[in-house]
Structure formats: structure tokens, C-alpha cells
Design a protein around this ligand. Structure first.
Ligand code: ADP
Ligand code: MG
Ligand code: MG
Length: 246
């Protein structure tokens, strides 16, 4: 049973269809890859989920409840967080300041002083089993830990569904390994994770299922244990017969 289910999602910009009745679902404790060529509609689908865009058509269900996501606040209220490709952290502030002092909705915590901020962060990082000092300047962290701080910041707001857009893009192999063990932990804690990526090797390593979009259409959802690279390429570019009739 899916935790999140997007059904029949369509979206056009200036009369041009970029998503055409797309279905997408994720289970609790699942890492679900979203793949497709450039312009396939991945980011648009996730921007609809996170309330950046609204869909022209379709429904979103969370735990079988129909929800309306009209803006980013609605997404947050439905426990959806997204980590964008561009880092949002400020290098000259500490980890704790980045996570709790700079957030727009800090009013919901009351005004935190530095000490509370550090304690809250320490607790959060402990829960996530991430070994980072809350007082460390973000600028002193390696890119891998920077990325994990970014994720910790997203998870500092109550979250069930976490969207990551190419999280390993600027990481080394070693940093990627650390990130993957962190993602595995999040999985075991029951988060539903949507993992946008082009890296098939990484998808096969970390993801449970994969959904492939092509030209705004859903072309396949497969178990990652059942697929190989050739199948995926076929799905992404379409068959040579399709190409011949284009
Ligand atoms: P992907 O993330 O898979 O590369 P996108 O969702 O970013 O694809 O884009 C899908 C299509 O929608 C592309 O053709 C893109 O140019 C178009 N598109 C995305 N956002 C907008 C927008 N705000 N206005 C007009 N066209 C857009
Ligand atoms: Mg793109
Ligand atoms: Mg994109």
C-alpha cells in the first residue's frame, strides 16, 4: 500500500503538455528512483508534489487521503520535504544556526536562543545518527557532510516524504558511500524517499523501484532487482521503431 500516490497528473505550460496523465507512487520505507531524459518532466512532477506548481489535472493521496497541495506550506503540512540541487546552507554559519536559526518558520519554535538551537540540533543529529558537531561552521564541512546537513535541515520539520534531486551530483565516491548508508538509515526509519537521478549504477545500489518518464508520459515502474541497463535505456529513449515514425 503506497504512502504517497499521485494519479493522473497533467500539466501544460503555455499550451504545451509537459506531464500527460502521469501516475507515481511511493511506499513507506522505500527509495523510489525517478528517471528520464532531460525535459522528461521529473522536476515538474516533483514541483507539483511540493506545491511549487499546481497540476492542471490529477489527484494526490497521502495514506489514502486525498490532499490538496496548492503551495509549499500545504506540502509541508502534508509532511513533504524536498532537497533542491542547489545547496541552501550558509557557509559562515554553524550547522545549528543553519538548521534552526535561519528557517523561515522559526516562529513555530518560539524564538530560539543559541543554546536551545545547539541542543535541538544535537538531538536531531543524534536521532539521525549523523556524526556532525552542531557548532561546526558549515563552510568547514566536506561536501558529503554538507549534503547530510541539508538533509537534516529538511528533516528538522516533521517529514514523511523526502524528495532528493540528484543528491550525489557533487559528491566523491567516498562521500556517496556515506550518503547511501545515511539513506539506508532513513529507509529503516520509515521515510518514503524519492530519488531523482541519472546515475543507473547508483540507482541500482540504493533504490527499490524505479519510475521512468519520457516526454511527460509515464513509461514504466519496475522493481530495481528486475531491471537491467538495456531495459532502462530502451524506456528512456523509446524503441527504434518509435524513432522511425517521429
Ligand atoms: P526534467 O526535470 O525531467 O529535466 P522538467 O520538468 O524540468 O524536466 O521540464 C519538462 C518540460 O517542461 C521541459 O520541456 C521544460 O522546458 C518545461 N518547463 C518546465 N518548467 C517550465 C516553466 N516554468 N515554464 C515553461 N516550461 C517549463
Ligand atoms: Mg532538466
Ligand atoms: Mg529536472
Amino acid at each position: 500500500k503506497p504512502m504517497l500516490s499521485m494519479k493522473n497528473i497533467s500539466k501544460a505550460f503555455n499550451g504545451i503538455t509537459v506531464l500527460d496523465s502521469v501516475d507515481f507512487s511511493v511506499k513507506k520505507g522505500e527509495v523510489h528512483a525517478l528517471m528520464g531524459g532531460n525535459g522528461a518532466g521529473k522536476s515538474t512532477l516533483m514541483k507539483i508534489l511540493t506545491g511549487v506548481y499546481s497540476a492542471d489535472q490529477g489527484e494526490i493521496y497521502i495514506d489514502d487521503q486525498l490532499v490538496e497541495i496548492k503551495n509549499t506550506d500545504d506540502a509541508r503540512k502534508n509532511y513533504i520535504s524536498m532537497i533542491f540541487q542547489e545547496f541552501s546552507l550558509i557557509p559562515t554559519l554553524t550547522v545549528a544556526q543553519n538548521i534552526f536559526l535561519t528557517r523561515e518558520d522559526k516562529t513555530s519554535f518560539g524564538l530560539l536562543n543559541d543554546k536551545e538551537c545547539v541542543e535541538k540540533t544535537r538531538k536531531l543529529l543524534q536521532e539521525l545518527e549523523v556524526d556532525i558537531d552542531p557548532n561546526e561552521l558549515v563552510g568547514n564541512l566536506g561536501v558529503g557532510y554538507w549534503q547530510m546537513t541539508e538533509i537534516a535541515k529538511a528533516l528538522s520539520q516533521e517529514t514523511k516524504i523526502l524528495v532528493m534531486d540528484e543528491p550525489t551530483a557533487s559528491l566523491t565516491k567516498k562521500e556517496t558511500k556515506i550518503l547511501f548508508s545515511f539513506i539506508n538509515q532513513l529507509k529503516s526509519k520509515g521515510y518514503a524517499i524519492i530519488y531523482i537521478s541519472h546515475r543507473m549504477d547508483e540507482i541500482l545500489e540504493i533504490c527499490d523501484r524505479i519510475t521512468i518518464l519520457r516526454d511527460g508520459k509515464h513509461v514504466a515502474t519496475e522493481d530495481c532487482k528486475q531491471i537491467d541497463l538495456d531495459m532502462v535505456i530502451q524506456y528512456i529513449v523509446g524503441s527504434s521503431m518509435d524513432k522511425a515514425f517521429e
